[in-house]
Each structure stands twice: as structure tokens, then as C-alpha cells.
Design a binder for this molecule. Structure first.
Ligand code: PGA
Length: 255
């Protein structure tokens, strides 16, 4: 089963609309017309309109970093799936470890968001990953399996073409510490095994599993060469065009 690489940039709480417009223009100029790998940028909500305009005529996809599970209502400060769709957003990062850590998100609450996202035809990029303590206690696969199973509870097989998983070891996010190629492959293969148990082998083999956590041009090729690593979710290195586009180039070379 061939899975097209997806390289997604998670800009987190960075960049004004003007800064975002400048960055996406630079990205467009280098990788905006190629189609061998999928590229997605995930700016903060306030930059979605301007980035949406800038990517409209390109092959670059637009993602959000979060959304609310309810379609509308008295949820001050929140954004619905339909609001994202109205800006031509196609992807949404859900369950990022920073939201689990700082905003109290749980597998159960993220599950509600994932189901709401697919209802609106948004592609969830569902983040899972263990903390350093969990890894040191030998619990990595137990934690990650539970996140996959509980986060995808009730997920219909008919919508699996929308699903993207991102394995992001919490200890590797923004720390400069990357999982080795072998560590990443081991967990990615474990995730695919859980997906196989849930959805069957044919469907599981078509789901993309991205690696995230201090991915940069220097380590991208090795990670992307692993059989179950289908792309990257890039934080720090996505905030400038050069390293982000270099990672996209590494994915093109690995195709
Ligand atoms: P990082 O972030 O590349 O800066 O480690 C990745 C992420 O949090 O998605």
C-alpha cells in the first residue's frame, strides 16, 4: 500500500496575519506547485483567512490547530468545524500534547472532536505520544495504544480516508531531542498494529502515521525512510520557509 507523505507545519501560537502571509508566500514559491508529497500549514486561527487566500491557487493545504466538538452555541472563545470549513480548512490537528497538558484535553474529549471533524469532512491529525516518565517506565506502547483506541472510539471505517495519526513523543517536542529512527519505527509499527486490530489490515495499511518532535532537515531523511513513517508534523522548523521546505524536499527524495 503506497501512502503519500504528508508534511504538516504546526505554527502553534506564533505569527501575526502579516507574518503568516509572508511565510506562506515563501513556502508557496518553493513547494507550492509540486504534488509528489502533500504539504499542509496550520497557522493560528487569526491567520487562517489570509493564509487561506494565499494557498487557494496552490497545492498547499490548510489546517487548523484545534476546534470545538459542538457545531455552535455558548462556548466563548471556541471555533467550530463549520467555521473552519468556511475558510477552506481541510485538516485539523486534534489532541496535541500541549492541549492535553495545558487545556485538560483527554482521550474522551478529543474523541468527540475527531467525530465532529469527520462529520464536517475535515481531516483530523490525531496526536498521540508518551511522556519521558512513561517511556522510562516501559509504558510507551500501552499509553499510545490506549490513546489510539479511546481517541478513535466509534470511528467509522467509511471515513478512514480522512484520518491521519501523528506520533509525537512528548519528550521530543520542542526539546531538540528526536526519537531515533528505530524508536520511531517501533512505535509507528505498534500504532499500525492497533489500527489493524480495530479496522482490519487493508484499511490500517492506508492510514498515514506522521512523526513529530524536533523533526528538522538534518534528521528528516532517516525518519522518513522508516517503513511506517508517512510524513512529519513540524513545529519549530516550520516557522521559517527554508527548513520546512528542506523537509518537504527530503520527503520528495524519499518517495
Ligand atoms: P517541534 O514540535 O517540531 O517544535 O518539536 C512538533 C509539534 O509539537 O507538533
Amino acid at each position: 500500500m503506497s501512502r503519500k507523505y504528508l508534511i504538516a507545519g504546526n505554527w502553534k501560537m506564533n505569527l501575526t496575519p502579516d507574518d503568516s502571509a509572508a511565510l506562506v508566500e515563501e513556502i508557496n514559491a518553493v513547494v507550492g506547485t509540486q504534488t509528489s508529497v502533500q504539504v499542509c500549514v496550520c497557522p493560528p486561527f487569526t491567520s487562517l483567512p489570509v493564509v487561506s487566500d494565499k494557498v487557494e491557487q496552490t497545492e498547499v493545504h490548510l489546517g487548523a490547530q484545534n476546534m470545538h466538538a459542538e457545531p455552535s452555541g455558548a462556548y466563548t472563545g471556541e471555533i467550530s468545524a463549520e467555521m473552519l470549513r468556511s475558510l477552506y480548512v481541510s485538516h485539523v490537528i486534534l489532541g496535541h500534547s500541549e492541549r492535553r497538558q495545558y487545556c485538560g484535553e483527554t482521550n474522551a474529549s478529543i474523541n468527540q472532536k475527531i467525530l465532529a471533524a469527520i462529520q464536517a469532512n475535515l481531516k483530523p491529525i490525531y496526536c498521540v505520544g508518551e511522556t519521558l516518565g512513561e517511556r522510562e517506565a516501559g509504558k510507551t506502547m500501552e499509553i499510545v495504544s490506549t490513546q489510539v483506541r479511546e481517541g478513535l472510539e466509534g470511528y467509522p471505517s467509511s471515513a478512514l480516508d480522512l484520518l491521519v495519526i501523528a506520533y509525537e513523543p512528548v519528550w521530543a517536542i520542542g526539546t531538540g531531542k528526536t526519537a531515533t529512527d528505530e524508536m520511531a519505527q517501533e512505535v509507528h509499527a505498534g500504532i499500525r498494529q492497533v489500527l489493524t486490530e480495530m479496522f482490519g489490515e487493508a484499511d490500517a495499511s492506508s492510514i498515514r502515521i506522521l512523526y513529530g518532535g524536533s523533526m528538522k532537515p538534518e534528521n528528516a531523511a532517516g525518519l522518513l525512510a522508516q517503513p511506517d513513517v508517512d510524513g512529519g508534523l513540524i513545529g519549530g522548523a516550520s516557522l521559517s520557509a527554508k527548513p520546512f521546505c528542506d523537509i518537504v524536499e527530503a520527503a520528495i527524495a524519499a518517495e
